[in-house]
Design a protein. Structure first.
Length: 423
């Protein structure tokens, strides 16, 4: 959530940055500024009447002590008028503040100055590419056929149990999942992250705190009886560990990692590009989350990007890093890097990670602050990244490493899988 004071003091800059994000309701900015002006005027009026009421109460006490009972009773009657005004102004102020809150939560985060303009994924900026693209024989199979051939994943059994997008992993496929999770967690811990195990459902306050609500409720699974949401990513519960907290400056940075299943409705996703593991309703992911001092957050973003890239390098996967354009960014993000691996059988890039800096957007919603060197409270910055999401990693590992003998397991995973080949 943007801060009202910043919007008020930087109207032109806010409008300019929102335009980069292709925001369709620029008039909302002026509505917010006008509501804030009304809020401040009403607050000032109420403060003024409260001061008059306090002065009248003091006068009543003095009159009573002086034995001037009739004058005191008259003053009490006049004081009652002040109380009525305060109640009326208080109700008006509450109404304005509620409307202001409803409006401001509709504004996305402002993109960083380095974010390129653009509306579609094709306009994202390629920052770097790493690794040689594997050349497979003409009879190379896509991962869904490899999964069937080696009995790694049963998509139809998942449909029977739940529905499309809920695969069942079997045999070495299940072991590969577990191996990747353990490998990613171990690598995160080596990088200084502390592992946490968090709930898979969150309440509305948690969804609001990290910006999923009210922006993405249509993409989340809702447990109506209990008013809970299945998490779309571990970012939500991990970041909310620090909701409504005032940290010490020495506590920063806070670095957490966690593995969870992730649940996404993916409404409106159809076509060949969502086949197999390319897009699922349930999948596993290891998430890294940091809470940092605002002065360091963009340096930390580069460090988190480098960590994710190191995982791809150790797995031997060719990849590229994209800086997302304004129109392809998430609601809460100020700057996002996407990492994509090359799917040799499908002949296309697959997104496997997003690493984002949210600056104060989440912490303003979360009321997550720290005491700075002057002892004043200040909003921290939050960042998170997928390190990594499993489905498309598995897809590219299977496709890129297929041989006539079978599928070669990357060397770094062998201590976790306990096997070198899928055959």
């Amino acid at each position: 959530m943007l801060q009202v004071s910043y919007i008020r003091d930087n109207r032109e800059q806010v409008l300019e940055r929102l335009a980069v994000k292709n925001f369709k309701q620029p008039a909302l900015v002026d509505e917010i500024i006008q509501l804030d002006e009304r809020r401040r005027l009403t607050q000032n009026k109420m403060d003024g009447v409260s001061a008059q009421a306090n002065a009248a109460a003091k006068q009543i006490g003095e009159l009573m002590r002086a034995g001037k009972k009739e004058e005191a009773e008259l003053a009490k009657t006049e004081s009652g008028v002040f109380k009525g005004e305060i109640q009326t102004l208080g109700e008006e102020l509450a109404s304005i503040e509620e409307t202001l809150q409803q409006k401001i939560v509709l504004l996305p985060n402002l993109p960083h100055s380095s974010v390129p303009k653009g509306l579609t994924p094709e306009e994202n900026e390629v920052v770097l590419e790493n690794g040689a693209v594997p050349q497979l024989p003409a009879n190379a199979l896509p991962h869904w056929e490899l999964a069937a051939k080696y009995k790694l994943i049963d998509f139809e059994l998942g449909v029977k149990i739940t529905g499309a997008g809920f695969p069942v992993y079997t045999g070495k496929g299940a072991k590969l999942q577990r191996a990747l999770i353990n490998f990613f967690i171990d690598e995160a811990e080596k990088a200084g992250y502390s592992e946490v195990s968090v709930p898979l459902m969150v309440n509305e306050a948690s969804g609001f705190g990290t910006g999923q609500l009210p922006d993405k409720e249509g993409q989340m699974y809702f447990v109506g009886v209990d008013n809970l949401y299945l998490i779309p990513t571990a970012e939500v519960p991990i970041t909310n560990l620090y909701r409504d907290m005032i940290l010490k400056a020495d506590d920063l940075p806070i670095k957490n990692c966690g593995h969870t299943p992730c649940f996404r409705r993916e409404a409106g996703s159809y076509g060949a590009h969502v086949r197999g593991l390319n897009r699922l309703h349930q999948f596993d992911k290891v998430e890294i989350v940091q809470v940092v001092h605002p002065d360091n957050s963009y340096e930390v973003l580069e460090q988190m990007s480098a960590h994710v890239q190191s995982l791809l390098q150790k797995l031997g996967l060719p990849y590229r890093v994209l800086r997302l354009c304004g129109g392809d960014m998430g609601f809460a993000s100020a700057l996002t890097y996407d990492m994509e691996t090359w799917s040799a059988a499908q002949q296309r890039w697959l997104e496997v990670s997003s690493v984002s800096n949210f600056e104060t957007f989440q912490t303003n919603r979360l009321k997550l602050r720290f005491r700075n060197a002057e002892g004043k409270t200040q909003l921290a910055h939050t960042l998170n990244g997928s390190a990594l999401a499993l489905p498309r990693i598995v897809a590219t590992l299977l496709e890129n490493n297929q041989t006539e003998k079978g599928i070669k397991i990357p060397e770094v995973l062998v201590p976790y899988t306990k096997f070198e080949w899928i055959d």
